[in-house]
Design a protein around this ligand. Sequence first.
Ligand code: CP3
Length: 344
Amino acid sequence: MSAVPHKPMLATVLGQRQERPPVWIMRQAGRYLPEYRETRTQAKNFLELCYTPDLAVEVTLQPLRRFDLDASILFSDILVIPDALGQSVRFETGEGPLLEPLDPSGVDRLDRSRALEHLAPVLETVRRLRAALPPEKTLIGFCGAPWTVATYMLGGRGSSDQWVARKFALQHPQAFDKLMDILVDTSIDYLEAQFKAGADVVQIFESWALNLDDTSFVRNVMDPNRRIVEGLRARIPNAPIIGFPRGAAGNILRYAEATKVNAVGIDYATPLDFVCKTLPNTLTVQGNLDPLRLVVGGEAMETQARKIIEAFSDRPHVFNLGHGIVPETPIAHVERLIEIIKRG
Ligand code: CP3
């Protein structure tokens, strides 16, 4: 009988504190790496990069060749879901994502029946990654949380206040509930398929858990995330799940209790002592260095990185940034950060 390989990142998500925190970096494959920029030129656009397993596997593995990371995150995007539902999605260089914004009748036209078929190349990428990765590395699958994905589907692009989507949710409650149902159901199918293809853990990216009053936080964020976790665990019992409700602030504990995720991603604006006081120390936390500190490096980065490790030293902790790494990040700073995490 072969022993189950020890995966420090997976073990930590499951609640086992490690001597030193395992580490991965949100958006670790991307434009700050010259080899990513090179591979990116081989696809005619960003979505094609996501849907071409040869290229997607290559860019997923690139950061692991350079850095001593404990996990690999599938290379794809949260907006493959609207694309799979038949909405027009484009990525313009320098502009970010552009979608044909949905009105209530557009919600009715979304078609879930072929979504997984459309996403088959992404699942093939997961299978190939499973085979390519050393056994001690954790493979992370992901999706966007329904509300975050809906902000792009309804607004047509990123925005700092999610005005269009927040207004739509209040003005068209039935269409909004229907959209959330479609996204919850599709996300469950998609994450289940990622686990079956070989993912060890999945992360639900709720990047826009901010700007919501109490009632809307429950309706837009907590309930859909909870339904995904419940639906997924009904099919994959004990599925290890990380929730990242960016901006949830005072709502983090409620979010963790309601959703029953195994680990909560903490954004960089959340005070460390608040996390320590609020979240039970049996709950795994992930985070939370400000990506700007990684850009600047030196003292600005090192002191805060040590503070984070110290603050979370008595609980299961996965070291990460408090949001995605940015293109201007110097590679040498990433190397130094990982050295600090691994060696002190
Ligand atoms: O390495 C990894 O982390 C895996 C790949 C990954 C991407 N996007 C690749 C990507 C993951 C996990 C995401 C998640 C994602 N995508 C989120 C949630 C996380 C977060 O940052 O809040 C969101 C909101 C999106 C939507 C999205 N995709 C935006 C707003 C943009 C444009 C902004 C940007 O960073 O360029 C994208 C494009 C995108 N997704 C790129 C990459 C590497 C850059 C596109 C390019 O190469 O031209």
